[in-house]
Design a protein around this ligand. Structure first.
Ligand code: F6R
Length: 607
């Protein structure tokens, strides 16, 4: 939620701050697109005033603005906003300044005590311009500023409650950017004669692959040639430099109309990569977690949204194959319900970004309770990755579209690999592993048939209600399918366990309803057959997703989509590709932008 960037160079050369900031903000637009803004100062011309440009709406509005009103300078910060405090408007857009306009701040996070701070500042004569919590920070920095921006920011940090990643520039010290963080991510990219800062590594990659990840309560002084990082007591700390080898290509659209479609189509490849990262010569390599896996008698998994749905699928597979009980929870519930955690519990958190505030807190609670935590995450160096005891990386590469697709299926691959590791029956384990090995190729067969789904969507995209149902892991995947559709097409969609239909939801079925029945549990085909007939009898149109070679639904459902045959418990990887594509094409048919769904941001760093 909200992206921040910063750039500083010694002297204006080929690249200028304004262009770098805009370019970097483009890569972070997935974090929010309610408004965007930049602030620039100039260390070559210290007389030049701090200049701000900001505009409500998409980044393109800011780009238009600076075409007619460019800013010049060596040092700048930028912001792309997902509104929390105050409606999306020019005035509430970041950067925010102090009264004199000498100090500018961009902020990702929420200042929880902002009402108290605002009152205090008003009592000291400050007149606020915006409704944001962030503006308090700019005024407080001014209040503590005595010619040294690092000290002023450090003093202000002591007064802030809540979460923040901050970048600050100041007209009196145009040769530095000060950054600070607590509970929101912040990365520093190291260049030659320039440095950058950003909320994640994607904007940095075009300029540098050497990065430093700031820890909570640290503050850094970033000049064009140096980075000095201080802890909360003002003592200089050594922060290791990490090399990022993410493929830049995966952060480009490469001819696809949208990132989402590209990411759906990448799934065969990234599923393969995720499998190969952990399996060598037919054996699973989870060495570093073997000791926990071996003694696990109970599994606890938490995540939010799509990541929670991966946990849901995991519950079915681990209980079925490994015969170990699994409890799952959404992180925002888990963290407040005083969960019971035992020594031998295998605790897993799932998070694409590795920065989701609730998931992070849930993980910290698990650790406080003495558990060792395995993180399944996509982002190397993310907070979840750094704080977990062990990490299984999904090899999805950067996921840019707000709605998660390839990160989800690679999360599934990771939980299935963990299922294999937990499964003591070697024959069962080997069979499962050989199915997983083929998953990339089978996913390709589904992706290759996207035109069929596109056609189906062009006939059905106007349905006002879409219900997904299934049994066992088909129910779990129905939850994800319904989420995907509502996120990007804004259609009212819900998921039900098929057997629950008669206990209430069937009252909603009428001739404006589409029902997608996932039917990949052969021993339950008869039950699904009855459920489909029940909704059809009430006017619904139906699509059944089932295995190739199964003709049981041909005469029952209006349409049938066949996926390659595999084990019913891992079929979710394939069936969800069908519903991802359906959601994507519905969104496009409805004239929406599937990469930037309204009201959503990719990285939910506020609670
Ligand atoms: C849906 C989606 C969200 C995320 C959720 C958790 O498409 O992307 O539901 O899954 O916000 O995010 P991460 O996985 O980054 O913790």
């Amino acid at each position: 939620m909200c992206g921040i960037v910063g750039f500083i160079e010694k002297e204006k050369k080929d690249i200028n701050a304004q262009d770098v900031l805009i370019n970097c903000l483009k890569k972070l637009e997935y974090r929010g697109y309610d408004s965007a803004g930049i602030a620039v100062v100039d260390c070559e011309n210290k007389e030049r005033k701090l200049e701000i440009r900001k505009a409500k709406g998409r980044l393109s509005n800011l780009e238009e603005l600076i075409k007619t009103s460019p800013v010049e300078g060596t040092t700048g910060i930028g912001h792309t906003r997902w509104a929390t405090h105050g409606e999306p408007s020019d005035i509430n857009s970041h950067p925010h300044t102090d009264v004199s306009g000498y100090i500018a701040v961009v902020h990702n996070g929420i200042i929880e005590n902002h009402n108290k701070l605002r009152k205090w500042l008003e009592e000291h004569g400050v007149v606020f311009k915006s409704e944001t919590d962030t503006e308090c920070i700019a005024h407080l920095i001014d209040f503590h500023y005595n010619g040294d921006l690092v000290t002023a920011v450090s003093e202000v940090m002591k007064r802030l409650e809540g979460s923040y990643a901050l970048a600050v520039v100041c007209q009196q010290e145009p040769d530095l950017i000060v950054v600070a963080k607590k509970d929101c991510p912040l990365v520093i990219g190291l260049g030659e004669g320039f440095n950058l800062i950003a909320s994640d590594v994607t904007p940095i990659l075009e300029y540098s692959r050497e990065v430093q990840y700031l820890d909570d309560n640290q503050v850094a002084k970033v000049t064009a040639t140096d980075v000095t990082i201080f802890n909360k007591d003002g003592v200089i700390v050594e922060v290791p430099v990490s090399h990022v080898d993410w493929d830049m290509q995966s952060a480009q659209k490469n001819g696809y109309e949208h990132f989402m479609l590209k990411e759906i189509c990448e799934q065969p490849f990234v599923l393969d990569q995720t499998y190969k990262a952990r399996v060598y010569a037919g054996k699973i390599d989870l060495q570093e977690i073997n000791s926990i896996v071996e003694k696990a008698t109970h599994v606890v998994i938490v995540g939010c949204g799509t990541a929670y749905h991966a946990a849901f699928v995991a519950k079915y597979s681990i209980e079925h194959f490994a015969r170990i009980p699994v409890d799952i929870d959404v992180a925002s519930e888990f963290r407040y319900r005083d969960p019971i955690i035992n020594e031998n519990d295998l605790c897993i958190v799932i998070s694409q970004s590795g920065e989701t505030a609730d998931t992070l807190q849930a993980m910290r609670i698990l650790k406080q309770k003495g558990a060792k935590v395995i993180a399944i995450t996509n982002v190397v160096g993310s907070t979840v990755a750094r704080e977990a005891d062990f990490v299984m990386y999904t090899q999805a590469g950067p996921e840019i579209a707000v709605a998660s697709t390839k990160a989800f299926t690679t999360q599934l691959m990771c939980v299935y690999l963990l299922t294999c590791a937990l499964t003591k029956d070697l024959e069962v384990r080997e069979k499962l592993m050989s199915e997983l090995e083929e998953m990339g190729a089978k996913a390709q067969l589904v992706v290759d048939r996207q035109a069929e789904i596109q056609k189906f969507a062009s006939r059905q995209f106007n349905k006002t209600k879409v219900f997904y149902f299934g049994r066992l892991s088909d129910y779990a995947i129905s939850l994800e399918s319904a989420l995907k559709l509502k996120e990007i097409s804004y259609t009212h969609s819900e998921a039900f366990a098929a057997g629950e239909l008669k206990h209430g939801p069937i009252a909603l079925i009428d001739d404006k309803t589409l029902v997608v029945a996932t039917c990949c549990q052969p021993f339950l085909y008869d039950k699904m057959d009855s459920n489909i007939k029940e909704v059809k009898a009430r006017g619904a149109k139906t699509l059944a997703i089932t295995f190739e070679g199964n003709h049981a639904f041909d005469d029952v459902s209006d349409e049938v989509f066949l996926i390659p045959k595999t084990d019913p418990y891992i079929a979710p990887i394939l069936s969800v590709i069908v519903t991802q594509l359906y959601a994507y094409y519905c969104s496009v048919n409805r004239g929406n932008d599937p990469d930037h769904p309204r009201n959503l941001a990719k990285s939910v760093t506020v609670e």
